[in-house]
Design a protein around this ligand. Structure first.
Ligand SMILES: Nc1ncnc2c1ncn2[C@@H]1O[C@H](COP(=O)(O)OP(=O)(O)OP(=O)(O)O)[C@@H](O)[C@H]1O
Ligand SMILES: [Mg+2]
Length: 269
């Protein structure tokens, strides 16, 4: 299911112009990272994809649905959104109930509901915590509950708003595994992150936002080597990318493995 954002501008009621003429297309099954400084408009953009915000100008299509014509509840069949702050999202007494809430609302059968909840518990490694109250869990695991509750909705499109913030290495590793699994399943995944290494290692496409606009949009290699433009929105390329640029490698490298591959080939030449 393709996403099409056409000339989207958005002004908050207080007058802040948070998006200015944003246009982009995301094809079915793509894994996209959105990066950029605080206040760049990243959250405002993704809240347009599930109808939480409506365009001041322009339009957003989710498949053949114009978000202006569909309710948030209806759009939830197509787009799952994990909030930046999980506490805005969690409200039931147990982890399992929390995870079942979304798919139950979508009207799935009892059997499908059960399968989806078990699958989400397993993907997020929350099985042992199924009966816990989400508010008794650490913030790291609360974030996993928020993620599981969206995974269980089995939407073709999933949006994670800063899933890595405040997470330890084990949790970031779990997230990478979840994203890889979603890719296998053909899901579209859009992830906002300030973790540039996480971005480089897990996403083929990177969109860079600054001041309510798209500054760069392309493959990780095309985008992460553009130090000057990234600096406009206070993003540093990954350290390994900067090292490669300083060493004059012929190719932009985004991960340690890519660095080693290019370095060895160049040394051998
Ligand atoms: N509810 C709101 N009312 C008014 N202005 C807002 C609101 N939410 C965000 N803004 C403003 O809109 C602009 C874009 O904010 P947004 O939250 O989309 O940025 P962001 O890129 O997600 O930032 P962060 O990395 O800090 O989450 C900012 O100037 C912000 O102050
Ligand atoms: Mg944000």
């Amino acid at each position: 299911m393709n996403i099409c954002v056409e000339n989207l501008s958005f002004r908050y009621p207080n007058g802040v112009l948070a998006l200015q003429g944003v246009s982009l297309e995301i094809a079915s099954g793509e894994q996209v990272a959105i990066i950029g400084q605080n206040g760049a408009g990243k959250t405002t953009l993704v809240k347009h994809l599930n109808g939480l915000l409506q365009p001041t100008e322009g339009r957003v299509l989710i498949g053949d649905w114009d978000t202006r014509k569909y309710s948030v509840a209806k759009l939830a069949q197509r787009v799952g959104y994990v909030f930046q702050n999980p506490d805005e999202q969690l409200f039931t007494k147990t982890v399992a109930e929390e995870i079942a809430f979304g798919p139950r609302n979508l009207g799935y059968s009892k059997e499908r509901l059960q399968t989806l909840v078990e699958d989400a518990l397993q993907l997020t490694q929350l099985q042992a915590m199924r009966s816990a109250n989400p508010y008794d869990l650490s913030p790291t695991w609360r974030k996993m509950v928020a993620i599981a509750s969206i995974l269980a909705m089995d939407t073709p499109i999933l949006i994670f708003d800063e899933p890595t913030t405040g997470q330890d290495a084990a949790s970031v590793g779990r997230l990478a595994t979840i994203i890889a699994e979603l890719k296998q399943r053909g899901k579209t995944v859009i992830t906002i992150t300030h973790d540039i290494d996480f971005c480089a290692e897990n996403f083929g496409r990177v969109i860079v936002m600054g001041n309510g606009q798209v500054l760069l949009d392309g493959s990780a290699k095309e985008v992460l080597g553009q130090e000057a433009i990234l600096a406009q929105t206070f993003v540093d390329p990954p350290q390994i990318t900067r090292l490669g640029l300083r060493l004059g490698l012929t190719e932009v490298v985004c991960t340690p493995q890519e660095f080693l591959d290019v370095f060895e080939t160049q040394c051998a030449a």
